[in-house]
Design a protein around this ligand. Structure first.
Ligand SMILES: [Mn+2]
Length: 429
């Protein structure tokens, strides 16, 4: 009997928050160390290994070390790319790992105008025949599937695995809208195992003698992922046992941190009422060592800016939470009234809008009085208006061609800081 592990959607390097970024890397490390302990014969990874095509070097170093652990244990890794991993216009980090032979990419094909002929990669030890198609940005891989020479693949004898980074319409749950999926008829029939990535939900289905498995992300890369984990979605990977056919599919849960999700729905509440409800809610929560997600939604009478959400975050942290996030995206208020402006040119209109809205500005109550005073002197009135206009000017800069999101963000942040440099930083001494 042989075994392989199926891991997907690691999104290594995702999360700006260092604790979350680390938990995500830990989840990957754990999945590989369990695979080594279980003595699997090989590992398959079905895309979105990295979160962006040029990730930060810290997570890359960890990823390389972990992949090397598998290699040193004699376990080959077969990996296809996901839509997040690469950019067709330039070299991506994943290509460098591939050049260093940290994994095998079983996606080679020959093509002419009418057909795409995929090549099988035969795993030396087990004889398993592996092939697959990497995911691309929406739609670009559709042509490959349309022209795929399925007959050749179907005629091949032996234990066969097909890897894809795309949803299959027939097995996706109906209650959610998944973009970018294909009908099952586009896939070659009769493979023993179809390993899927891209869908951030665990799916498992047997059709005739074939198993179709989407393990879902190892940890998750968005707040929606974490919210679903908190609501009971299990995260992890699969270990599959086989000889001439599949003998067993086992899901291994990876849970690096408990996630607590809570919702507060305001129904035309005053700011005082909402503040009291949040305080009561927080006092009742058991948050120790948990990631806390608090969603505050509904309708508020009064100004949202009068509620100091930063303070509530601090309260949750002080109770021992690992991390806390308060999401107020769906909290509507009547504070965003239309601002009437008189001017007819863009710059004056912008200045007037800042002039009107800056009146609502309030600094966070947890700051020291000294700091508040400094902040107020810079951010309110005419100074505040000039500062806002300079920042707006910087925000007009678009992402450059081939510039990835994190270097774009770094560039924007350092330009924005230069505005504060001229004006003077805020010091709490
Ligand atoms: Mn993904």
């Amino acid at each position: 009997m042989y075994k392989f592990a199926h891991i997907t959607d690691c999104h290594l390097g995702s999360w700006r928050n260092p604790k979350l970024r680390d938990l995500n890397l830990q989840a990957f490390e754990k999945s590989v160390s369990i695979s080594i302990k279980e003595q699997v014969d090989f590992i398959i990874i079905t895309g979105d290994f990295f979160d962006v095509n040029i990730p930060q070097l810290g997570p890359v170093k960890r990823a390389v070390e972990i992949l090397k652990q598998a290699r040193d244990s004699g376990i080959p890794v077969y990996m296809i790319y996901g839509s997040h991993d690469f950019n067709t216009a330039s070299i991506s980090m994943i290509d460098i790992l591939h050049s260093a032979e940290l994994f095998i990419k079983p996606t080679e094909f020959q093509t002419d105008s009418n057909s795409v002929v995929l090549k099988f990669f035969i795993d030396k030890k087990t004889g398993a025949k592996i092939t697959g198609i990497s995911g691309r940005k929406i739609g670009l891989d559709k042509e490959i599937y349309e022209k795929l020479d399925r007959k050749n693949l179907e005629m091949e004898e032996g234990f066969k695995i097909f890897l894809l980074h795309k949803g299959i319409q027939e097995i996706l749950p109906l209650d959610r809208n998944f973009k970018d999926s294909l009908p099952i008829s586009f896939l070659p029939k009769g493979f023993d195992y179809y390993g899927g990535g891209h869908i951030h939900k665990r799916l498992e289905k047997k059709i005739d003698n074939s198993m179709i498995v989407y393990p879902g992300p190892l940890f998750g890369s968005t707040f929606q992922d974490l919210e679903e984990t908190a609501k009971g979605e299990k995260r992890g990977f699969y270990i599959i046992s086989f000889d001439k056919e599949i003998l067993d599919c086992r899901f291994i849960e990876i849970s690096e941190a408990e996630i607590l999700y809570n919702e507060i729905v305001a129904s035309k509440w005053s700011t005082e009422k909402l503040e009291n409800e949040i305080t009561r809610n927080i006092s009742e929560l058991q948050v120790k060592n948990k990631i806390v997600l608090l969603k505050v939604k509904g309708k508020l009478i009064g100004k949202r800016s009068h509620i100091d959400f930063g303070k509530f975050n601090l309260d949750i942290s002080n109770k021992g939470a690992l991390l806390s996030f308060i999401n107020t995206n769906n909290l509507s208020t009547d504070e965003l009234k239309t601002t009437a402006v008189q001017s007819d040119n863009k710059l004056d209109i912008e200045r007037e809008i800042f002039h009107e809205n800056i009146k609502n500005f309030q600094s966070e109550s947890t700051l020291s009085d000294k700091l508040k005073k400094q902040i107020n002197s810079k951010l309110i009135g005419n100074d505040g208006e000039s500062l806002s206009l300079s920042l707006l000017e910087i925000l007009r800069n678009d992402k450059l061609e081939n510039e990835n999101t994190s270097s774009y963000e770094d560039r924007m942040i350092s330009s924005a800081k230069s505005v504060f440099d001229e004006e003077g930083y805020f010091y709490d001494i």
